[in-house]
Design a protein around this ligand. Structure first.
Ligand code: HEM
Length: 403
């Protein structure tokens, strides 16, 4: 075992980040990491400390305006500090956060999600028909990627004719590595101007979709125009890449655990707990949840000054042996709670939607692709080169074709 902290970047980490997080949990659970953008942050890897940071009212998103600039520059994220894209709930605290969140929470209620389910089933059915006929099927490219982005376009009200370009620009953002930040600034420019045009269109003509609701809130004086476009952009980014990673990571987990896949195929009551287990084991977000202490504080024995950036490592927390027995094992019947949708005031707004999409997509794969197996060696699979997100570029598979 090395005595040096492992790097949270580079080929070894990207191929499998879990050993690095194990080292940190055991040796340096509140770890100071230098970030590619030149900034630094504390990375919190133990479950207990992660839960504490997420739920502590002293831990804020933006105690002094300007921290969002740190976040983006520090992590080398492709979103610039432009008011039309960053004025959303995920960057807000207190009454501002409540106001920004209230406007969209109804759109993702269990009742609204039930009505979206039928649509998700139809989209999935069409995607699987293409997959069944495909010479080189890829469950990330052909299913995990198109399903969530099509659903979020429907929820927001992105016209069908615009969706191919919308998808293309979103995929530029999704697959960004730290080195490509500048190159993909064009995609954020595109979203900035596209979402601005959509808002103008809704201002001229109201519509019965989430963007229409946001524009009505703007008219009623509840949201600024920047908050409308920022919220739409957040929903796109937060709702798309994450769900894509959930579906892809879960399918890979099933391929690695054929016994568990058979159990779930035979007993569908295991599908929902298996989705939670997959979220715990291969959290789509690694270190995307950040906070700043409003006052000096101590986390896991480490002193933090006010305003110092803290990244909560959900991927590491999901495998903490202090919290989970056999933490690296996949047990669809485990039924344990996890932090992969966050916790506290910022708990994921779209958790029900993401779970529904995973249920529909994975259920359909189990129904329609008998004998499912990887078409390549596992070592050939490529993960996104990121310490923020945790998802696969591609998942090529084979299955028993119907004669
Ligand atoms: C917040 C994870 C899907 C919308 C969060 C947070 C996490 C998370 C960890 C907390 C962020 C924090 O505390 O800083 C996930 C995962 C998903 C998923 C793993 C899929 C598997 C979705 C979907 C949507 C969505 C489908 C909507 C379309 C949001 C929004 C927030 C959020 C708007 C901000 C909430 C707030 O700041 O109050 N998500 N999410 N997410 N998520 Fe999700």
């Amino acid at each position: 075992m090395t005595t040096e902290p492992p790097a949270l970047h580079g080929p070894e980490f990207e191929a499998d980040p879990h050993p690095a997080y194990r080292w940190l949990r055991e040796n340096d659970p509140v770890h100071r990491v230098d970030l590619p953008g030149g900034a630094w942050a504390w990375v919190v890897t133990r479950h207990e400390d992660a839960l504490r940071v997420l739920t502590d009212p002293n831990m804020l998103k933006d105690p002094a305006r300007g921290h969002e600039t740190w976040y983006r520059a520090g992590l080398g994220l492709p979103y610039d500090h432009r008011p039309s894209l960053v004025r959303s709930m995920v960057n807000a605290d207190g009454p501002d956060h409540v106001r920004l969140r209230r406007v969209v929470s109804g759109a993702f209620s269990p009742r609204r999600v039930r009505t979206l389910r039928e649509r998700a089933e139809r989209i999935t059915d069409e995607l699987l028909t293409v997959i069944e006929e495909s010479e080189e099927p890829d469950l990330v490219r052909d299913l995990a990627y198109p399903l969530p982005i099509t659903v979020i376009c429907e929820v927001l009200g992105v016209p069908e004719a615009d969706r191919p370009e919308f998808r293309r620009q979103a995929s530029v953002i999704d697959s960004a590595s730290y080195d490509e930040v500048r190159a993909i600034a064009g995609a954020t420019d595109w979203f900035d101007s596209y979402l601005g045009d959509l808002v103008d269109a809704r201002l001229a003509r109201p519509s019965d979709d989430l963007l229409g609701d946001l524009v009505e809130s703007h008219r009623a004086g509840e949201l600024s125009r920047d908050e409308v476009t920022s919220t739409a952009f957040l929903l796109l980014v937060a709702g798309q890449e994450t769900t894509l990673a959930l579906i892809g990571n879960m399918l890979l987990t099933l391929l690695r655990n054929p016994g568990a896949m058979r159990r779930i195929r035979d007993d569908r009551s295991l599908l929902d707990p298996a989705i939670e287990e997959s979220l715990r084991l291969e959290s789509p977000l690694q270190n995307a949840t950040w906070r700043f202490p409003a006052e000096p504080t101590t986390v896991g024995g480490t002193h933090l000054e006010a305003g110092e950036p803290v990244l909560v490592s959900l991927l590491a927390a999901g495998r903490d042996p202090e919290r989970y027995e056999d933490p690296d094992g996949f047990d669809p019947g485990r039924g344990a709670a996890h932090l992969s949708f966050g916790q506290g005031a910022h708990f994921c707004v779209g958790a029900q939607l993401a779970r529904m999409e995973a249920r529909v997509a994975v259920g359909a794969v189990l129904d329609r692709l008998p004998g499912l197996r990887l078409a390549v060696e596992e070592a050939e699979l490529r993960w996104w080169p990121s310490m923020i997100m945790h998802g696969l570029f591609a998942l090529p598979v084979e299955f028993d074709r119907r004669k």
